[in-house]
Design a protein around this ligand. Sequence first.
Ligand code: 13P
Length: 254
Amino acid sequence: MRLPIVAGNWKLNGSRESVRLLASEITDKSFSDVEVIVCPVALHVPDVASVVAGSSVKLGAQNAAFEEGGAFTGEVASSMLAEYGCTHVIVGHSERRSLFGDTNESCAQRHQAVLNAGLTPVFCVGESLEEREAGETLSVVTGQLDAVFEHVGNAAFDQAVIAYEPVWAIGTGKTASPDQAQEVHAAIRNMLHARSPEASDSVRILYGGSVNAGNADELFAKPDIDGGLIGGASLKSADFFAICDAAAKQYSQA
Ligand code: 13P
């Protein structure tokens, strides 16, 4: 069985003080049977890095530039994130795609840049409500993954994590049902199989979109759901711990 991951995407939230406090509450708990990652805003990375140092909690960023350096005002390079202790970078989150102009191609370039720096991309895919209602969910997700395969090659996800986040479920309180999520996760694993059979077995595919302490159990019980990428519920340590425990329970019972 794949070791589950629970990653907290803190988005644009917190102050230096509040993120240090949240990070220290999380590092005070000892986790087993689950990999825990926290993803603060880039400016908070050094503070959070100093809190999580020496613990099992890993540090991720929410985005990274598609080049290593140069005239890219406002961007942060993967190598710079690595210098501050990041091991993971979220790539292609739907908020980046819909609000900040990221395309399948630029997400693929960012994915490559993250890999080049020796970090692990957490690559996000997912359809809008209109696309789901038009029956386009799988073609949208396939297109998002194919762009990365075209740019990076068949090994694109051998050292990566994938997060399926249906756009209509993000921050809405409307979760995909466990069956809806499992259907897409299984389809993603099938797509990977055609490109890299070994990776298709080992890659962790996280579900994201209104995961909370009450619904995590049934989502994580599905065979192709290997944990979660958590937004709102990752900002309160008690809720986040309940979600981590739900993931760990699946692993220890397998
Ligand atoms: P919510 O858990 O707040 O719906 O956010 C999900 C998400 O976008 C994580 O990246």
